[in-house]
Each structure stands twice: as C-alpha cells, then as structure tokens.
Design a protein around this ligand. Structure first.
Ligand code: HEM
Length: 305
C-alpha cells in the first residue's frame, strides 16, 4: 500500500506543488495580514495543511471547512479524559462516510486527483480495495492536517519567545528552513509513537520482552544531549540533521517533504511581509491531546514591512 501511495509523495512531485502551496498560503495571509490582528491558528496554520491535502485528494473548496471540522473533532480530547469521546467517534464515522461517498463517485467518474489515481493504481497486479482507499484518505486527513498546523504555530510561537532567534530569520529570509528544522526538533507536534516488539530485544541495558508494547518518546529523543548539545536551547544555528520528528525506518513519515514545503513556503511569506509581531500570551491556548503538542489558538498582531 505504501509503495502505491508513495508515488504521490516523491520529492519531485512534492516540489512541483510549491506554487500551489504558495497560492493557498497567500490567499489566507492576505486576509489575515490586512486585519493586522488575527488568530494564527484559526486564520492561517489551521487552514493551509487541510487545503493542501484537499487539493491532492480532491475535496472541493466548499466542503473543506466541514472535513476540517470533523478531522479536528476526531483528535480533540478534553482535559482528564483518556477515552475517545462520543463526539470524536461520531466525527470519525462521518468522515469515513464522506470519504466512502467520494470513493464511490470517483469509481464512476474519475478525476485528476490522488483518490482516482489510487483507485486505478496497479503495482504488480495489486490493487487497493475501496475500504483501503477510504482508510488511506482518512489517514491523510489526520496525519497531514494537524501535525503541520502545529508545526507552523510552534515555529511562530518559539520565535516570538526567543527574540534573538527571531531576529536571525527576520533579517535573512533564506534561514526559514533552519527555523522549520529547529522547531521540529525543539517542539515536535508528534510527541510519541507506539510499537509492539516482535522478538526480545535489549536496549540500554534493559531487556524488552517479545510482544511488549513500547512507547517511543520522539520529543525526548530530539533533546538527547549526546546528539544535540544544550538541547533545551532553541537555536537556529545548530545541526538538526539527526532529528527524529518524522520517525525513522520503514514507516518514516510519507508526508515529511510536503510538511517541510508547507512550513517553508508559509513562513517565508510571513518573513517577507511582516516586520515584527507580538503574541497575546493570555489568549494563547494549547490543544488537549496525549500525543500532539501545539496550539488551538494563538492570537497575534503584526506590523507589516
Ligand atoms: C510536521 C508535520 C508532520 C509530522 C511531525 C509527522 C510525523 C510523522 C511520524 C512521526 C510518523 C511515523 C509514525 C510511526 O512510525 O508510527 C508519520 C507517518 C506518516 N505520516 Fe506524517 N508527519 C507530518 C506531516 C505529514 C503530512 C503532511 C502527511 C501527508 C500528507 C503525512 C502522512 C503520513 C503518513 C501517511 C504516515 C504513515 C507512513 C507509514 O506508516 O508507512 N504526515 N508522520
């Protein structure tokens, strides 16, 4: 399945989306910057990733707010609640229903989108079933949506908290990629991954038995002082090449190149058009999730260049 869908995510395919991503980013930023004071999440970071995915898989603009609402509701957890709330389950079913309709309609009338391509794809005689395509669309709208939203707002927030680092990138827009990478390392949106061992293994003098559930703390690995000197420092000058925010190995994030492109293009627009900005810390709220770190709201005021 991964080999089928990975064709849509090759570095070349992703790079070719740059103009499209920029147009989507500019559309939201024009409105937000015009107002001067806006919510960085609701008015920008929460919109761009879903727009990009929607363009890829073929969700028409008029239906995007509803798909975004369902995808957000699906991962929302109130404080102290560890179970999936009824509203989350209902959102999951509605989203799956929406994608089931979409798959049905592409089966009869294919279009120039990833959903149609997946339905038609053939690798060594292997084809994806409708259910597999529906699950994949579901995965995309969750995996590719809020992670990138969080990355954008985390970058905005930490650069605000560390004015010296902000000055580096606002003085030299070419440093936006370093801003993105250091944010991924310092405060990654996906904090942990789960694995089940398929054999006994020994890690750091501890024997982990076969069949054990292991929680991998990605956020912690990104602050391993053996790899990143002074790990608690947010520092755009550091070497971030060993960050593990996108996982590693065979499940390495399929959307890593796309997430990086979105963050670079979006933040570059901001650096080019904004002289400086402030965040209303009182109004900033975090999402409640065990795994995902980032902001639900980030009120901000910009001074334009
Ligand atoms: C900052 C943004 C993102 C972060 C931090 C992130 C993080 C991750 C991580 C850590 C994994 C590995 C999961 C594991 O090993 O269990 C993963 C897998 C995945 N990601 Fe992302 N991701 C991001 C953006 C995206 C985007 C934009 C897309 C798609 C458009 C995407 C699609 C996927 C998919 C399909 C997988 C599953 C790959 C597999 O299991 O083979 N991600 N992501």
């Amino acid at each position: 399945m991964r080999s089928l869908v990975s064709k849509a995510f090759t570095p070349r395919r992703v790079a070719a989306m740059e103009d499209q991503v920029r147009a989507l980013a500019v559309g939201h930023l024009d409105t937000a910057l015009e107002r001067g004071t806006f919510d960085f999440v609701a008015d920008f970071a929460g919109l761009l990733p879903m727009d990009v995915i929607s363009e890829m898989i073929g969700v028409p603009p008029a239906e995007r707010p509803e798909v975004r609402r369902l995808a957000d509701l699906l991962v929302h957890r109130d404080p102290d609640l560890f179970d999936i709330p009824p509203a989350g389950k209902e959102a999951a079913l509605n989203l799956a229903g929406y994608f089931a309709d979409m798959v049905r309609s592409r089966r009869s009338v294919p279009r120039d989108d990833l959903t149609s391509a997946l339905l038609e794809a053939d690798v060594d005689g292997d084809r994806l079933s409708d259910d597999e395509v529906i699950s994949f669309l579901f995965l995309m709208s969750v995996a590719g949506n809020e992670t990138t939203t969080k990355l954008l707002a985390n970058a905005w927030y930490w650069a605000w908290r560390f004015p010296d680092e902000r000055a580096k990138v606002f003085a030299a827009a070419g440093r936006v990629p370093e801003w993105v990478e250091e944010t991924l390392r310092f405060d990654t949106s996906t904090q942990m991954l789960l694995r089940v061992t398929t054999g006994e293994l020994s890690l750091h003098d501890t024997v982990v038995p076969d069949g054990a559930r292991v929680l991998l703390l990605v956020g912690s690995a990104n602050r391993d002082e053996r790899v990143f000197p002074h790990p608690d420092r947010y520092d755009l000058d550091r070497d971030t090449s060993k960050l593990v925010s996108f996982g590693s190995g065979r499940h390495f994030c399929l959307g890593a190149a796309l997430a990086r492109l979105e963050a670079r293009v979006g933040l570059r627009q901001l650096v080019d058009r904004v002289a400086d900005y402030d965040i209303d810390a009182e109004g900033a709220t975090r999402v409640h999730s065990i795994n995902v770190r980032g902001f639900a709201a980030l009120p901000t005021t910009v001074t334009r260049r």
